[in-house]
Design a protein around this ligand. Structure first.
Ligand code: HPA
Length: 245
């Protein structure tokens, strides 16, 4: 079964034929909301809204461990994250869909591992390629079949939030090699790897990152909502095609 974690702009999957909802408890506390089980284009899917169904949980307060643990316990065999980002690289313009292949982690203070007990054997997961290549390929192929343009490969900078960045921070991220910037990519990707859940992401560019193009003086939120609404329709097309495979 495929798990979909929806971020800003995707708190619901309207194309999902909902079968049941389940409130899950985990050793790490409660996930962001009830797990929604359903069918998408005939394929079994479990959906979770990362920020809660009312979008009330800020990125640094998301219980990433509970979310991943609950999805795995519910029978998920792989995970696709949908998350909005700011665009740094010139082709990552608002509305673009991006399938990242690398991560830079600038977050701090988040519960970022299941290997956290002193009486446990320490596990060092391999994270050379943070996203599962097979899952990335499935997304890219589905997008191609659905006729939706996606950018293959980008370095995702995970920032703490919830505030947006300064222009100088974005300059620094770019010097580090970042192409897009978001607030929820980590520790989610690493926790999925710890649980051996193949994980990949579809990033939706909501805005130019701070200091760039139309965001030269400030990031305009009015535009962001409309861009996300339109782009999420395309994300749904990709996901529907992916479930049909
Ligand atoms: N920065 C960080 N996270 C984001 C942005 C941004 O500009 N846009 C959407 N998520």
């Amino acid at each position: 079964m495929l798990a979909i974690i929806g971020g800003s702009g995707l708190t619901q999957l309207s194309t999902l034929e909902v079968l049941r909802r389940e409130v899950a408890r985990t050793p790490y506390g409660e996930p962001s909301g009830a797990l929604t089980f359903g069918k998408l284009a005939g394929g079994e899917v479990v959906f979770l809204a990362r920020h809660g169904y009312g979008h009330t949980i800020p990125p640094h307060r998301v219980n990433y461990r509970a979310n991943l643990w609950a999805l795995k316990a519910a029978g998920a065999g792989s995970v696709i994250s949908v998350a909005s980002v700011g665009g740094i690289r010139p082709d990552c313009v608002p509305g673009a869909l991006v399938v990242p292949n690398q991560i830079l982690d600038y977050t701090w203070g988040r519960a970022h591992t299941f290997s956290d007990d002193l009486d446990m054997l320490v596990r060092h997961i391999d994270f050379t390629l943070p996203y599962d290549e097979g899952m990335r390929r499935r997304i890219l192929d589905s997008a191609h079949e659905a006729g939706e343009e996606v950018i293959d490969g980008a370095v995702y900078a995970a920032t703490q939030g919830p505030r947006l960045e300064t222009a100088a921070e974005i300059d620094r991220f770019e010097r580090d090699g970042a192409d897009v910037v978001g607030m929820t990519g980590m520790p989610e990707a690493a926790l999925a790897r710890e649980l051996e859940l193949p994980y990949a992401a579809i990033n939706v560019v909501a805005n130019y990152a701070a200091g760039r193009e139309a965001s030269a003086q400030s990031v305009h939120f009015e535009r962001v909502e409309q861009v996300l609404r339109e782009a999420m329709l395309r994300v749904r097309n990709v996901l529907t095609r992916l479930c049909r495979q």
